[in-house]
Design a binder for this molecule. Structure first.
Ligand code: F1P
Length: 358
């Protein structure tokens, strides 16, 4: 189906994906003016351990946020799905004397997230902070303090700008905690620059998806990019009902590469820290006949030679500053693939905007 003929531009999901650069700027303004982040971090020691908790997209956000937090503050942090706090609470406890929790939920109403916040704060006596895009939510009632990013809220069933905005806010908060003002400045510059680039990224991805169809979608990332790869796989599943998986890039060699055919789309989120090793995997998968998509800040000849599509973001700052922006091409891939299949990404199959349990 010719994607252009579907009138997709009227889609709320599409409009909200394209709004991300601007929305990040207003969210960063809110953080600067409200001082909410500082308030959240006031109490307790300077050397804490952190649990990032969420469900679905918010769990993969927790993954990318936890790795960012440790890289920015040096404090141990890990991501846990809400369900694990409820079903395996003993797995949650650590030997840290100052364990703190950050519970992430766009709606603030997801039962597993709200109940996890209750268990953490009331049962385990762990200081619990909420981050959400909804005012006066059930989550807020269960947390010691809550950061509400209403500028990032969205009509879309699937999470797009809420994911990137909450991730950027947690990175900003970590940098504040570490006294890293330079990182915060680069986040602002990145948001301004990204707003000028998203239009062409959408055109490149639409043209690429229009020309091809795939049986398998694989997303690969190391370090903080692994959380991005997990979310990318979910976005393509949710918006296009396609078979999609994620792995650590170098892990893909240890077995999963058995599935590679010319109908396999392999997206590489190329980091600066691991670029040389990641390019070796890229070249190997190209030789195996896979179709390769490279998302990076700046490409070199090796990347261009081994990629069927290269999306360069050319943004200021280091790889952590660019982290959130790397998911946007995959949001667009999921959207255009769904539209191309005659699906409506505003109404994904089998999904509800919030998972509320009895
Ligand atoms: C979490 C979530 C979404 C998913 C679907 C159902 O919501 O799992 O990630 O796309 O919309 O809900 P929330 O707790 O962040 O509101």
């Amino acid at each position: 189906m010719a994607i252009k003929s579907t009138g997709y531009a009227r889609s709320e999901t599409y409009k909200e994906i394209l709004s991300q650069g601007e929305v990040w700027q207003s969210v960063l303004q809110q953080l600067k003016q409200s001082g909410a982040a500082e308030t959240m971090l006031q109490s307790g020691s300077r050397k804490a351990s952190w649990l990032f908790v969420g469900c679905g997209t918010s769990f993969y956000l927790a993954d990318a946020a936890a790795t960012s937090w440790t890289l920015l503050t040096g404090e141990p942090a890990r991501a846990v799905p809400g369900s694990e706090i409820l079903l395996y609470p003993d797995l949650t406890c650590s030997d840290s004397t100052d364990l703190r929790a950050i519970v992430i939920s766009r709606s603030g109403r997801t039962s597993e997230a709200v109940r996890a916040a209750h268990v953490l704060r009331e049962k385990m006596r762990i200081p619990t902070i909420g981050i959400t895009c909804a005012e006066k939510s059930e989550l807020e009632a269960e947390c010691d303090s809550t950061l509400v990013l209403n500028a990032a809220d969205e009509k879309s069933m699937v999470m797009t700008r809420s994911f990137t905005s909450m991730l950027i806010s947690l990175q900003w908060t970590a940098a504040q905690r570490a006294g890293n003002a330079e990182f915060c400045n680069f986040l602002e510059k990145m948001a301004v620059q990204f707003a000028t680039r998203i239009g062409s990224l959408a055109e490149y991805m639409e043209a690429f998806v229009e020309r091809r169809s795939f049986e398998d979608y694989v997303f690969l990332g190391q370090g903080p990019f692994h959380g991005i790869a997990r979310e990318a796989a979910l976005k393509v599943m949710e918006m296009s009902c396609s078979y999609s998986q994620s792995f650590h890039t170098l892990e893909f060699r240890h077995g999963p590469k058995a599935i590679v055919t010319p109908r396999t789309a392999l997206t590489f989120f190329l980091s600066q820290s691991g670029i040389a090793s990641e390019i070796e995997v890229l070249e190997e998968m190209k030789e195996l006949g896979g179709v390769t998509i490279s998302i990076c800040n700046a490409a070199n000849e090796d990347i261009r030679r081994a990629s069927d599509l290269v999306l360069e973001l050319n943004l200021p700052g280091d790889e952590l500053t660019h982290l959130a922006s790397h998911i946007v091409p995959s949001q667009l891939m999921g959207f255009f693939t769904g539209v191309g299949k005659g699906l409506n990404p505003d109404q994904p199959k089998n999904l509800t905007r919030v998972v509320v349990l009895d």
